[in-house]
Design a protein around this ligand. Structure first.
Ligand code: NAP
Length: 344
């Protein structure tokens, strides 16, 4: 397992993170949607991940409506200080107008509730789960800065922000001398590369680490879904993230062929492709079963060649959108005809 600094910080995280979204009771709300592991399997998954060198565990207050944090805290037990916990807030944890969001009230209350459920005195990475356009960013950032000053939180991150929202937040923190977000948690997979347009450039320019969620597009890229067979699993219940299946199966075909040459699984190739991408700090793997986790953890050892990467890049490439096809910079003295030809 390799370890990389999280953005501009001095904190090193493993290239694979264990996602705890499946940690819930089987009959819980998340359990029914994404497959509740129960405590015993959750503990086993944490053990296997630590054995493989994983040092970062990602959860959220909303996963299992708190059950995921409870199970993760229990599973870590006395090893809590040896690893890093990332959690999130913003989704509503009950009824009423203030049950969610990124207000000062919500940020502080949810942090305290997460600390209690996790059974810890600090959260290593506290993330805003998604952008709240009803709360001024200044208010959220001041509240998060307070939590860092109080020692309840070590680092702060964001998730699911647009490129301009990331840049605006970073500008506010710098101008006001507040704690800066150090990481972006975003959806990225071979069948979902939209973040390459605005989010990755923003993160790289500002020195933020990138944590990838749903790297297998909720199992679509696990190899069990083919044109012929739809496989079993969560994708049948919730189509999130959305996948253009016709195009997706062309990508799976290439991944399958590359997997064959590496004696690897399709899931491992899909994860390894992300691990080879510049700017990616850590890929958050999810699993509902022990064998899925073992399969995914082994992706850290799959070395794709430049030719493998080029083939996967080509079959999964994004359509060029405005303003990407306009000339990057004006060459002084260039006439209009040659500029238009450049745009061709
Ligand atoms: N920030 C956010 O908004 C956000 C959103 C989503 C997730 N996340 C984070 O990202 C983590 C991972 O997300 P994810 O669970 O959606 O990841 P994913 O890797 O895209 O999907 C994981 C699911 O795919 C199936 N699967 C995984 N490995 C497999 C394998 N080797 N063979 C066959 N099937 C396999 C399992 O579901 P089935 O068995 O049901 O098919 C598993 O639960 C979460 O735990 C969470 O920490 C964050």
């Amino acid at each position: 397992m390799k370890y990389l600094p999280l953005g501009d910080t001095g904190l090193y995280v493993s290239q694979l993170t264990l996602g705890a979204m499946t940690f819930d009771r089987e009959d819980g709300m998340f359990g029914q949607l994404v497959g509740g592991t129960g405590q015993e399997l959750a503990t086993r998954m944490v053990d296997l991940s630590i054995d493989a060198g994983v040092n970062l565990f990602d959860t959220a207050n909303i996963y299992g409506m708190g059950e995921s944090e409870r199970m993760l805290g229990k599973a870590l037990g006395s090893r809590r200080g040896d690893v890093l916990i990332a959690t999130k807030f913003n989704n509503p944890m009950g009824g009423g107008p203030n049950a969610g969001g990124s207000s000062r009230l919500s940020a502080i209350r949810e942090c305290e509730n997460s600390l209690e459920r996790l059974g810890t005195e600090w959260i290593d990475l506290y993330q805003v789960h998604s952008f709240d356009d009803t709360t001024p960013l200044e208010e959220t950032l001041r509240a998060l800065d307070t939590l860092v000053q109080q020692g309840k939180v070590r680092y702060i991150g964001l998730s699911n922000y647009a490129g301009w929202q990331i840049a605006k937040a970073d500008g506010i923190s710098r101008r006001m001398g507040l704690e800066r977000f150090c990481s972006v948690q975003a959806y990225y997979s071979l069948v979902g590369r939209e973040l390459e347009r605005e989010i990755i450039p923003a993160a790289l320019d500002l020195g933020l680490g990138i944590l990838v969620w749903s790297p297998l597009a909720s199992g679509f890229l696990s190899g069990k879904y083919t044109r012929e067979a739809s496989g079993e699993g969560r994708r049948a219940k919730i189509q999130v993230p959305p996948v253009d299946e016709a195009r997706g199966y062309d990508i799976v075909d290439v991944a399958l062929e590359i997997a064959g040459r590496h004696d690897a699984s399709v899931a491992q190739v899909a994860l390894a492709w992300l691990l080879h991408k510049p700017g990616i700090t850590s890929v958050i793997v999810g699993a509902r079963k022990e064998e899925q986790l073992l399969d995914n953890l082994a992706a850290a050892d799959v070395a794709l060649s430049p030719e493998d990467m080029a083939r996967l890049d080509e079959v999964s490439k994004l359509k060029r959108e405005y303003p990407e096809w306009t000339p990057r910079s004006i060459q002084r003295g260039q006439d209009l005809a040659s500029r238009l030809a450049d745009m061709g």
